[in-house]
Design a binder for this molecule. Structure first.
Ligand SMILES: Nc1ncnc2c1ncn2[C@@H]1O[C@H](COP(=O)(O)OP(=O)(O)OP(=O)(O)O)[C@@H](O)[C@H]1O
Ligand SMILES: [Mg+2]
Length: 266
């Protein structure tokens, strides 16, 4: 009973096989793990090791060949597409490796998009979107469309869009893949603090060991298998500034201090 309450995600005997011509690719080759509620977990591994495949299956974007995925007490692998759409809407935020932004919409509209399904007024949606964009340091780019922003700025719109919903679980696939190292660190610290404050579960895929070090636990994957699970007792970021913002606060950190929550109580 206790264990069931603690686990946000349970994965058992997970396989994903792709048929490519004559060959079978074992993208996931028997994976078992649990992720606790409120835990920040990173998944690391070389290119092609199966990280995105795993994340896409956890988020219900792809069906496993075999195995079980239990999230919020529900079996994802048994759900039909329309059930999955609803499940994702209610429980999950996703930050993609590619930005997945709507090219005809500006930053505010992109971030506000997932809120459209929540029966919220347009004014409130915009307000929440603007707050989330400020959190990721894009106050000057609210009205810009994706083509009018750099790759890093687009990535931050993607982060803001996942944060605005305050989902229980956030899946992030290389969320800083297109950012320089300084901005990457800022975005990581930002995500780390926000999910901690809100007790959200964050599962992040990366091939970067430094960025993985921001997590509480690091799952290493190779050729579709877990090869090592590391408890990270001194995560990056928290250790670096003792949980408090340092003197050299970045705009992102300043925003976060003023605006720890994105308008949850409005
Ligand atoms: N739709 C698909 N059809 C066939 N093979 C696929 C498909 N998607 C992924 N694969 C294969 O599955 C394996 C795992 O791919 P995956 O995208 O999960 O890797 P990854 O760890 O996310 O890599 P990267 O760091 O480059 O993003 C790779 O060998 C890949 O070629
Ligand atoms: Mg990938």
């Amino acid at each position: 009973m206790d264990m069931a309450e603690e686990a946000a995600i349970k994965v058992k005997g997970l396989y994903k096989l792709y048929r490519v011509g004559e060959e079978t690719v074992r993208a996931l080759n028997g994976v078992d793990f649990e992720i606790k509620k409120g835990e920040f977990c990173s998944i690391v591994g070389a290119s092609g090791s199966g990280k995105s495949t795993l994340l896409n299956m956890l988020a219900g974007l792809e069906k496993p060949t075999k195995g079980e995925i239990v999230i919020a007490g529900e079996h994802i692998e048994k759900k039909r597409e329309n059930q999955l759409v609803r499940f994702r809407r209610e429980h999950i935020g996703f930050i993609f490796q590619s930005f997945n932004l709507m090219s005809t919409m500006n930053a505010i509209e992109n971030v506000a998009l997932p809120l459209n399904f929540q029966g919220m007024s347009r004014t409130l949606r915009r307000k929440k979107a603007e707050k989330a964009l400020k959190l990721v340091g894009l106050q000057k780019y609210m009205k810009h469309r994706p083509t009018q922003m750099s790759g890093g700025q687009q990535q931050r719109v993607g982060v803001a869009r996942a944060l605005v919903m305050q989902p229980e679980i956030i899946f992030a696939d290389e969320p800083t893949g297109n950012l320089d190292s300084k901005t990457s660190r800022e975005v990581m610290e930002l995500m780390q603090k926000i999910v901690r404050k809100r007790n959200q579960t964050l599962v992040m895929v990366t091939h970067d060991n430094y960025l993985a070090g921001f997590a509480d636990r690091i799952i290493h994957i190779r050729d579709g298998k877990i090869v090592k699970v590391e408890e990270n007792h001194n995560p990056q970021g928290i250790l670096a500034n003792g949980g408090e913002a340092s003197k050299e606060d970045t705009p992102i950190q300043n925003e976060l201090k003023d605006n720890g929550s994105i308008g949850a109580n409005e």
